[in-house]
Design a protein around this ligand. Sequence first.
Ligand SMILES: N[C@@H](CCC(=O)N[C@@H](CS)C(=O)NCC(=O)O)C(=O)O
Length: 207
Amino acid sequence: MSMIKFYHMPWSRSSGVRWLLEELGVPYEIELMNLRAPGGAPESYRSIQPNKKVPAIDHDGTIVTERAAISIYLSEAFPEVGLAPAIADKARAAWLTWLVYSDSVFDPVVAAKSNGIDFMGGRYSYGSFDEMVANLERTLSSRPYIAGDSFTSADVQIGSGIHYAIHVLQVLPEKPVFKDYLARLQARPAYQRAAALDAELAQSLAR
Ligand SMILES: N[C@@H](CCC(=O)N[C@@H](CS)C(=O)NCC(=O)O)C(=O)O
């Protein structure tokens, strides 16, 4: 039986990977990285994640870092669950594009916005906040899931980001199309399990 060690901090960017692990229904054990401890995660963690950030996974000795890479790796390691469109599937390109977009465009523009940083979109690879919102709105108005008609691991990442940007950072407008999309995702049992487990872990850290 293969084992996954999951380097995680509840209510952080690694929470989407927890949701993905729950969707996959595979056993995993959490290595808690308390980012709120003085100095953050221990220095020894740098040998796993060079920037000492979560998430990271160790799958039977294979280490993967960066959310997009972890999502691709895990969905393909467990293909029977069907969270990665096959190479011949039309949705494959959109799945890859949106997984990468969520880290390389969505995350930096949302972080800049929430930190009040104003920048010229044309000078940065990720472009402007308004262009990102328009792209997201256009795509989700045309199909129920980010890569097409079916739920994939790209929905886990972009959905986690949209939830965080609307409800925690409060920088993304709660447009009906985003609200309906989140409702579809949050109805999933794996989402609910991951959210409850993360809340429990976050509370145990606060004690
Ligand atoms: N590019 C990384 C970013 C992950 C990231 O920003 N993680 C934050 C948690 S929300 C972190 O670990 N921060 C701790 C620190 O920088 O010390 C990914 O997508 O996996």
